[in-house]
Design a protein around this ligand. Structure first.
Ligand SMILES: NC(=O)c1ccc[n+]([C@@H]2O[C@H](COP(=O)([O-])OP(=O)(O)OC[C@H]3O[C@@H](n4cnc5c(N)ncnc54)[C@H](O)[C@@H]3O)[C@@H](O)[C@H]2O)c1
Length: 320
């Protein structure tokens, strides 16, 4: 089985690649465990350090020549993770449209042209929801309030329709904010959710732009990677006509996260509380709770708590 991960040099792309190379197999579209014969990581950035067992190719997925070379007839499954994140898609509208929407459409068309009904796993986001009054369920209307969320929602619809037509086997997952992201803060409005844990755990100062009583939905990288892999274990019929899956997350206030930090031995006095009205306004539109019983019924695992999430981060980042 040949697999492509777009955005393979990114946070989740690298973790997924590491998991797949270690595992060595995936379920094919008939549900049979099949050995992975090729794993290609496509990204504008280099995969650094390289991942043993995976081939990195550097290029822009919005470039038709790159796309044509990337997706050949032998590709069975694509995990489509390449995207520009929320802050950048908002600040640079045309870049967001080109990468998040146009390139995704080109990818779907390329997969369709193969005539083999390849599988496409798409990483969408809870940013497709806006002003939900705090809580969501699978029947909550999609009302994005950002360009990023709008682009992701349009992709979900396209993937759903192309799947309905039998052109591809598309499966969309909506991810809550993934915490703890290693490295430096990024351009996402949600960046604080990782920073308030990551920096104090390393003895560094950080600023928190939102109030302690803000309720957020977060998920660990381990659970996201479990979900990507589990999605391949499910039969195609599970996704045909059902729409995207909202992955289970942890519903916590920022204050709950800080208490978890303290229990893990982090020094919460390193967090400087510097309210930013712009960020608070954006995050206030995000859902803080999510009814995901349907996802759990499909076998998607729920989180066990903030203490386990922090412990897993410390274990994974010390090992990597
Ligand atoms: N991390 C989160 O909290 C979160 C939450 C919801 C959804 N998602 C989605 O999950 C996916 C992966 O997220 P991540 O946190 O790993 O992001 P990331 O920014 O770490 O990785 C995205 C990768 O895409 C690459 N990329 C951007 N434009 C490209 C282009 N034109 N051609 C090729 N590669 C390009 C980037 O270089 C980067 O390596 C994204 O689609 C994101 O929207 C992430």
């Amino acid at each position: 089985m040949k697999i492509v991960i777009t955005g393979g040099a990114g946070f989740l792309g690298r973790k997924l690649a590491a998991r797949l190379t270690k595992q060595g197999f995936l379920w094919d579209r008939t549900g049979k465990k099949t050995g992975i014969t090729g794993l290609v990581l496509a990204d504008v950035a280099a995969v650094d350090p390289p991942i043993e067992g995976a081939t990195a190719v550097v290029g822009d997925i919005a470039d038709p020549h790159f796309m044509a070379g990337l997706i050949g007839e032998d590709v069975d499954t694509v995990f489509h993770l390449a995207a520009v994140v929320s802050g950048q898609a908002e600040a640079e509208f045309d870049v967001g449209m080109r990468v998040n929407l146009d390139a995704t459409r080109a990818l779907i068309e390329r997969l369709r042209s193969l005539g083999t009904r390849p599988r496409l796993i798409f990483s969408s986001t809870l940013a497709v929801y806006g002003n939900t009054g705090g809580g969501i369920s699978p029947s909550t209307p999609v009302t994005p309030l950002s360009s990023y969320g709008t682009q992701k929602a349009m992709n979900e619809l396209l993937i759903g329709d192309m799947t309905r037509k039998g052109f591809i086997d598309g499966r969309s997952l909506r991810l809550p904010t993934v915490v703890i992201r290693p490295g430096k803060p990024n351009l996402a409005a949600s960046s604080f959710a990782s920073s308030i844990l990551r920096e104090p755990l390393s003895g560094e100062r950080t600023a928190c732009p939102v109030a302690k009583d803000l309720r957020v939905l977060i998920i660990s990288p381990r659970r996201v990677i479990d979900a990507f892999v589990h999605t391949c274990e499910l039969p195609a019929e599970t996704f045909a006509g059902r729409g995207p899956v909202n992955l289970p997350g942890l519903s916590l206030t920022v204050g709950d996260m800080v208490e978890g930090l303290e229990r893990a031995g982090g020094d919460s006095s390193l967090i400087e509380w510097t309210p930013d009205a712009n960020i608070q306004r954006i995050v206030d539109t995000w859902p803080g709770t999510s009814d995901t019983r349907d996802a759990e019924d499909l076998g998607y695992l729920a989180e066990t708590g903030i203490d386990d999430l922090i412990a897993a981060y410390l274990e994974d980042e010390r090992r990597e």
